[in-house]
Design a protein around this ligand. Structure first.
Ligand SMILES: Nc1nc2c(ncn2[C@@H]2O[C@H](COP(=O)(O)OP(=O)(O)OP(=O)(O)O)[C@@H](O)[C@H]2O)c(=O)[nH]1
Ligand SMILES: [Mg+2]
Length: 227
């Protein structure tokens, strides 16, 4: 959750927490529409809304998380075949926030040329996008951080884009191994300056962690008429 403490006492404030969850619910109750997919950033106009990018290895569940958050099953295309999302896809949520589905990385069976194209496209986007408020770095809870994630972490530390790690597919692990994975990932994230201290645990399949993630994102959105 966004840091929800009582300003005077620094104690957790359940009323503020409820308000943050409600703000997230309201934002994501709005319509979410596909705006455009780009393979070349030249075609991309500067954004006038804050943007949140979903990044992570192929098959980690980026498109599925987007669908679960917005409650729209077929908004972003999901696939059993890694590497399905090849372009950067932009979705506009309630005219207040833009959600950006990045192509996945780290899939072994692609050519060097494809890896180079990914790196060029994504690094250009991450370096040059002033409207980019946060990157959600999705990590499969079964596998934890991999070297390809660490490459992206380095890139984000250098570009000083704020990012938050989100563990996905939590339904695939029992509570003990899941808690161990969370601790291990927190320990590693602590060494990175631009990392948000709170790691979120989610399952798109079972809708776990959606309300919390929506609350985090609502705090970054353009204020709505009820804020
Ligand atoms: N058990 C489980 N499976 C999931 C979950 N989220 C996604 N998956 C499955 O993981 C596979 C990949 O999901 P996608 O959402 O397409 O993954 P992606 O990260 O967008 O993949 P690329 O676009 O190839 O980078 C699909 O078979 C999904 O059904 C989850 O929370 N739990
Ligand atoms: Mg995808």
């Amino acid at each position: 959750m966004p840091k929800i403490t009582d300003a005077a006492t620094e104690r957790p404030n359940p009323l503020n927490e409820a308000a943050a969850l409600e703000a997230g619910r309201l934002l994501f109750a709005g319509a979410c529409v596909f705006e455009r997919g780009v393979t070349n950033l030249d075609a991309l106009a500067p954004a006038d809304l804050p943007e949140i990018a979903f990044a992570g290895r192929s098959n980690v569940g980026k498109s599925s998380l987007l669908n679960a958050l917005t409650g729209q099953k077929a908004l972003a295309r999901t696939s059993k075949t890694p590497g399905r999302t090849q372009q950067i896809n932009f979705f506009c949520l309630a005219d207040r926030l833009v959600l950006v589905d990045l192509p996945g990385y780290g899939f072994a069976r692609v050519s060097k040329e494809t890896v180079r194209q990914w790196t060029d496209l994504v690094s250009l986007y991450l370096e040059g996008r002033t409207s980019l408020k946060r990157v959600l770095l999705l990590v499969d809870a079964r596998h934890g951080l991999k070297d390809s994630d660490r490459e992206l972490l380095k890139m984000l530390d250098i570009t000083a884009v704020s990012y938050q790690i989100v563990l996905t597919k939590a339904d695939c692990l029992k509570p003990g191994p899941l808690a161990a994975r969370l601790r291990e990932t927190e320990d590693e994230a602590r060494a990175h300056g631009a990392a948000h201290p709170e790691i979120l645990v989610t399952s798109a399949r079972d809708a776990v962690g959606m309300a919390e993630l929506r609350a985090h994102l609502a705090a970054l959105a353009r204020p709505g008429e009820f804020d």
